[in-house]
Structures are given as C-alpha cells and as structure tokens.
Design a protein around this ligand. Structure first.
Ligand code: IMP
Length: 193
C-alpha cells in the first residue's frame, strides 16, 4: 500500500513525537489531530482496541485522510491489569503523571511482584472505510522512586525486561528497541512492504 499523508489521531505530544519518529523513514507526510484543531473524542470503550478505533474513525471522518490512532496503557499484574485503559485518567484533568505514578506505587503497597507491561494498540482507518488493527506489548517491572526525565507518562517508573534503566532514562532511539509502540509499529509498517 502507498499513502502520502497520514493523520495521527492523538493530542499527546509524547505519542506524536514517537510515532512521527517511527514513520520518518517512509516518506509520508505526518499530521496530527492538533493540526486540524480537532477535539479529542470521548473514549467510552473499555478495551484498547475499542478506544483506538473511536479515535481513528473520528479523525478519518473529519479529515478525509488515513488516520492512525494508538491506544495504550500500563497494566500492573498485581493490580489485575490496572490502570490499563484508564492510564491517562489516573493522572487527573491536570495530566499530572507524578501523581499517577504515586497512585500506582501506593496501590501496589509492599507486594513483592513488581511486574507490569505496556500495551499499544494501533487502529488504522482509511477514508474508504478499510480498517486494520496492530498490537505491541512490552514486559518489565516497576521501580520506586521513578528515575529519569525522558519520555512521558509512566516512563520514569518502568524498566523493560533485560534492561537496568527506566524508559525515563533512555532517549527515544533506545526506548524504541523495547517499546510496545515500536512493536505495534513493526506490524503496522508491513502494509507498506
Ligand atoms: P491514551 O492511549 O491516550 O488513552 O493514554 C495512554 C496513557 O498510557 C498515556 O497517557 C500514558 O499515561 C500511558 N502510556 C502509554 N504509552 C506509554 C509510554 O510509552 N510510556 C509511558 N506511559 C505510557
């Protein structure tokens, strides 16, 4: 498949940066929902896939262009997968991820199982109605206190499996070796091959 333009269905600057970087080698003009002054639709589903399609369908319809949405989140095993699809909500309306990380750590208490994983689901919607879905997962563990000022969201408290550093201590190219989003992208990019 060949596409010339694509709109990222997100207002999250961290996601725009990572997804633009992943798309850079493909010669596609990458725009985002912000470039069209679009509001973010309400994410009313309780699955990553459901919410990813809400965002991608909305942006494809509003712009008439191919739209790519990522719905992602942190799932903590000892919290039965929470915060999961509610990962952004735990930061409150002020999007305070320092507060969200404290909440996660407090809820885990003294539990020795610190394992967690990030999930990223990409929904790709074309103006002609075709729809595709791709998924990536990154396993790791949660540290306290958080470390590093890089990345976004829960990055400073997440150490991917096989690493000693948190995502917050890595630059974008290092994070890309492990990240759930890069893995979902590795599936997505096959449509260009
Ligand atoms: P949504 O997909 O926009 O509903 O929100 C996903 C939320 O999950 C983000 O706001 C972050 O809090 C968290 N999240 C997703 N991916 C990452 C990541 O790569 N690093 C850190 N936090 C992430």
């Amino acid at each position: 498949m060949r596409i010339e333009k694509l709109v990222l269905a997100t207002h999250n600057a961290g996601k725009v940066a990572e997804m633009s970087d992943l798309l850079a080698p493909y010669g596609i003009e990458v725009l985002s929902a912000k470039d069209f002054d679009l509001d973010a639709p309400e994410e009313t589903e309780n699955t990553f896939e459901g919410n990813a399609f809400i965002k991608a369908r909305f942006v494809a319809k509003e712009t008439g262009l191919p739209a790519l949405a990522d719905d992602s989140g942190l799932c903590v095993n000892t919290l039965k997968g929470e915060p999961g699809v509610y990962s952004a909500d735990w930061a409150g309306p002020e999007k305070d991820f320092g507060k969200a990380m404290i909440l996660v750590n407090d809820k885990m208490g003294q539990c020795p199982d610190r394992s967690a994983y990030f999930i990223s689901v990409f929904a790709f919607v074309l103006p002609d109605g075709r729809e595709m879905v791709f998924e990536g997962r990154c396993d790791g563990s949660l540290i306290w206190p958080p470390r590093g000022a890089g990345g976004f969201g829960y990055d400073p408290m997440f150490v991917p499996k096989g690493e000693g550093r948190s995502f917050g201590e890595m630059d974008m190219s290092e994070k890309k070796k492990y990240s759930h989003r890069a893995k979902a992208f590795a599936e997505f990019r096959k449509i260009f091959e």
